[in-house]
Design a protein around this ligand. Structure first.
Ligand SMILES: CC(C)(COP(=O)(O)OP(=O)(O)OC[C@H]1O[C@@H](n2cnc3c(N)ncnc32)[C@H](O)[C@@H]1OP(=O)(O)O)[C@@H](O)C(=O)NCCC(=O)NCCS
Length: 337
């Protein structure tokens, strides 16, 4: 039977380290507020004045993943690029990344599933592999948030959370009778919650996509979030989807060696762990150092955990899960081959 296994992982962040203390110099906030509410201590942002897009960070992460897999870019037969902050409105960052990798005909698909982008991407790669449409797929999650945040006190609830970064994985189809690779995935979306976390402008639904009389700092150009609503939804949906994906795989929660929840808020992940009665040591968190890097957060965390040798042995079983804008949520169970 065909199985989708991960052959290499990589991550990248820009060079500019921004601590909570740095943020207090540009807006009314405090290190204490940010740590207490979110667990975040620092994040990385694109250096001021530099032109770097999601595809540039994605390229760095992809090169590392390709190296670890022992693949050349030419070996890829499909690229999936998840981002809510594409380099430009169109074409997609996947096309730009393919070009930067020196490719000129490999299919590249952008997906816009925000915090669950990596989950949707991995599940899509798995489906392409299992259907025989592809055998070597690069899945990338990459974000440049910092150039699109409201860095005044007005935007502080959102701005302190987000960081820039990229994560990539090389996924290969293999023939095996073992229950390894992507063993189950569950994806969901509920657009009725779209306005709980969104960037409203530019908007093609308006007669004038970029209304002429608006100031450049109109709040609708920046992400807005109903933080409490998203928090409550996450704390409810993450346990639900965990149960669903475990049932689908016919596994129990104790069969999972490490949980990789999306890094939206350390408190969400702690609440999830307590509710599910999962030992803290089995939930991987790195939001303290990177903030919320949206589509990049899960592959970055996975890459870091592999590097730290926390996971990676044959039959180690991990659960990737998350909830975010859309609203979208999901879980993907993966077992090392
Ligand atoms: C964003 C979040 C940290 C805010 O925490 P919260 O406890 O809900 O805080 P509130 O929004 O109620 O704000 C509480 C107070 O802090 C203030 N505040 C907001 N951001 C602040 C900041 N960065 N620094 C200091 N004070 C801040 C608010 O203005 C409010 O002040 P008030 O009581 O005088 O009105 C939290 O709601 C959250 O993490 N939600 C989920 C986010 C998420 O998962 N997003 C998905 C991303 S994909």
């Amino acid at each position: 039977m065909k199985r989708s296994v991960i052959r290499g992982t990589g991550r990248a962040v820009p060079s500019r380290l921004v601590t909570n203390e740095d943020l207090t110099k540009i807006m009314d906030t405090s290190d204490e507020w940010i740590r207490q509410r979110t667990g975040i201590e620092q994040r990385y942002w694109i250096p001021e004045g530099e032109e770097l897009g999601a595809s540039d960070l994605g390229l760095e992460a992809s090169k590392k993943a390709l190296d670890l897999a022992g693949w050349q870019a030419e070996d890829l037969d499909f690229i999936i690029f998840a981002t809510l902050s594409p380099d430009i409105m169109f074409p997609g960052s996947g096309c730009l990344l393919a070009d930067k990798l020196g490719l000129n005909s490999t299919p590249a698909l952008d997906i816009r599933q925000q915090c669950t982008g990596f989950l949707y991407g991995l599940a899509t790669a798995d489906a392409y592999i299992k259907s025989g449409l592809a055998s070597k797929v690069l899945v990338v999650g990459a974000e440049v948030h910092s150039t699109g945040l409201d860095k005044s006190t007005r935007g502080r609830d959102v701005t302190v959370i987000f960081g820039d970064g990229a994560g990539a994985v090389c996924v290969e189809g293999i023939e095996t009778d073992e229950n390894v690779g992507v063993i189950a995935s569950c994806l969901h979306a509920d657009g009725s919650g779209a306005d709980s976390l969104m960037v409203e402008l530019p908007a093609s639904r308006l007669p004038d996509r970029m209304p002429k009389d608006l100031p450049a700092d109109d709040p609708r150009y920046f992400p807005s979030m109903d933080g409490k609503k998203v928090f409550k939804k996450a704390v409810r949906k993450l346990p639900e989807v965990t149960k669903e994906v475990l049932e689908k795989a016919d596994l129990a929660i104790d069969d999972v060696d490490m949980f990789f929840p999306h890094q939206a808020n350390l408190r969400i992940n702690q609440a999830y762990g307590q509710f599910m009665k999962i030992d803290e040591s089995k939930i991987f968190n790195n939001i303290q150092r990177y903030g919320n890097t949206t589509a990049a957060s899960i592959p970055m965390a996975f890459d870091e955990a592999i590097e730290q040798k926390l996971v990676g042995k044959k039959n180690d079983t991990v659960l990737f899960l998350g909830l975010g804008a859309g609203l979208t949520w999901g879980g993907v169970l993966y077992r090392f081959a």
